[in-house]
Design a protein around this ligand. Structure first.
Ligand SMILES: C[S@@+](CC[C@H](N)C(=O)[O-])C[C@H]1O[C@@H](n2cnc3c(N)ncnc32)[C@H](O)[C@@H]1O
Length: 491
């Protein structure tokens, strides 16, 4: 049976119930004042215990303030607290479910300029469904929002993203400002949505927030401020390191039909865009690490269950993970991977004859392969893997981790006369010789290549470096730029 404490915690997560400290709310409201935002009406759509309402009462002395929250306890205690305060006659509180509220109608009734202010719940739809929760929009057109996320095609989305988009749509066409705490990724998606739907954004900016300090959360958070004015269409957004920073650290935005992480670097190096002659590859995907990845200790192989594994040499290769590449632990390789195929879809039954011990080991663990959740393994030969091809067996490679916040390309050569393979969090370019790999290594680590990539990389993303980003730099165009005209000799 689930304990009361656990149930309370689950509810807290489902409703993203992490209240903003009053100091932060006050800082935000002061900042808005400094920006000369003078609202006639303020909406706090998920006001909770009311930090933003209390801060607004102090700083915006004339505005009418409307506060909403689904939790009646918060509404009742806040209203009790406010009755002791004379100024609070300007405040109207309502217990209301965000998803059942007609925000367009609410905003239409208000005097402009309108300020929408707050901190909507930070929880994802899949996080809620894991908890068996119901705090998601009933008829949400997730897929049209997720159309923004075409790369992953995932149906998971942030509840706050959904809420902020609803609020922006309702504010569209009015004179107003939206200032909300959210994840940085959410702010970016909203900017993309605004562009896609041609919302009337006059200006926007992102102030990074130390979520650890204020919420004890390890998440890249920000205050997203978006000013709306009729007939304005500006989809660039300045990013500031803190509240008090006066100079932006970068400007992100929509340009040339793409979302860019640094507009000035993008403009500087966009002539290097192209498909190029080299193809970036991902490491091997097998979803069965405890069986396929072995640690070598004193000439013995141990699998992820700590079991001794005795197999032939034919199918095992030295391997590096993201963390090895990021931390330059590339010389003394201890981990090995069983690579069951030379190309995608290759018949694996031949392993039985070629390497009977390997086959026996795989057969013993067959159930773990069968339990792999991803549908990519369905109707494929047994023990199939992905991210494999002739490039996997190139002796030389230039590789990078997709997960780490560091743009360091590593030169990787054979280990014990075998090509080194990578897990699927790494990307690499295969090379035929040390000379070719050295050249690729040096041009990719050139400051111009780094600046080019910086124009596309969002360092707060879970996987900041992607194959798609890496592929955009045309190495052929980069070479003359850095006085390295010999690239063409290799291709
Ligand atoms: C991150 S807290 C922030 C509270 C407050 N805005 C603040 O900044 O302190 C999120 C709030 O959203 C409320 N909430 C969650 N789901 C809601 C919904 N469907 N409708 C209205 N409020 C909701 C929670 O009760 C909680 O108070």
């Amino acid at each position: 049976m689930i304990s009361v404490k656990k149930r309370i915690n689950q509810k807290k997560v489902e409703f993203g119930d992490f209240q903003t400290p009053i100091e932060l709310a006050a800082k935000i409201v002061n900042h808005l004042k400094e920006m000369k935002i003078t609202p006639a009406s303020i909406i706090e759509p998920t006001c909770g215990t009311g930090s933003f309402i209390i801060a607004s009462l102090k700083s915006f002395s004339d505005a009418k303030i409307l506060g909403f929250d689904v939790n009646s306890k918060y509404i009742n205690s806040l209203s009790e607290q406010l009755t002791q305060d004379n100024t609070s006659k300007r405040v109207e509180l309502h217990q209301a479910d965000f998803f059942k509220t007609d925000w367009q109608e609410k905003i239409r009734e208000l005097t402009e300029p309108v300020l929408i202010l707050g901190n909507p719940p930070w929880v994802t739809s899949s996080g809620i469904s894991v908890l068996g929760g119901t705090n998601i929009p009933e008829k949400c057109n997730i897929y049209s929002y997720q159309g923004l996320d075409t790369k992953t095609g995932k149906s998971n989305f942030d509840i706050s993203e959904w809420m902020i988009i609803e609020l922006l749509k309702a504010l569209n066409g009015h004179l107003g400002t939206l200032a909300m705490l959210c994840k940085v990724t959410v702010a970016r998606k909203i900017l993309m949505y605004a562009k896609k739907e041609k919302l009337m954004v006059f200006s926007s900016k992102i102030h990074l927030i130390d979520a650890k300090e204020y919420f004890d959360a390890s998440v890249d958070a920000c205050l997203f401020i978006c000013n709306l004015r009729p007939e304005s269409h500006n989809y660039y957004s300045q990013v500031y390191e803190k509240f008090d920073s006066t100079n932006p650290i970068q400007e992100i935005g929509y340009i040339d039909e793409r979302m860019v992480a640094n507009i000035s670097l993008y403009k500087k190096w966009k002539h290097l865009l192209g498909e190029g002659t080299y193809v970036w590859r991902s490491g091997i995907k097998h979803d069965c690490a405890r069986v396929m990845e072995l640690k070598r200790k004193e000439n013995r192989f141990l699998n992820g269950f700590g079991t001794n594994v005795t197999i032939e040499d034919d199918y095992i290769y030295p391997m590096l993970k993201s963390s090895d590449l990021a931390n330059d632990r590339t010389k003394n390789i201890e981990r090995w991977m069983i690579v069951t195929q030379k190309s995608i879809g290759e018949d694996t039954s031949t392993i039985q004859q070629k390497a009977p011990l390997t086959w026996e080991y795989l057969e013993k663990n067959a159930h773990l392969f069968e339990n792999r959740a991803s549908s990519i393994y369905w109707n494929r030969p047994q023990y199939s893997i992905f991210g494999v091809g002739s490039y996997t067996f190139s002796p030389w490679k230039v590789a990078i981790s997709g997960f780490y916040k560091d743009l360091k390309f590593r030169l990787i050569g054979p280990f014990e006369k075998k090509p080194v393979v990578f897990d699927d969090t790494c990307y690499f370019i295969p090379a035929k010789s040390l000379e070719e790999a050295s050249m690729l290594h040096s041009i990719l680590n050139h400051p111009i290549a780094h600046e080019f990539y910086h124009s596309f990389i969002y360092w707060d993303a879970k996987r900041p470096i992607t194959k798609q980003i890496l592929q955009q730099l045309d190495l052929k165009k980069l070479c003359p730029e850095i006085g390295y005209p010999r690239l063409l000799d290799f291709k």
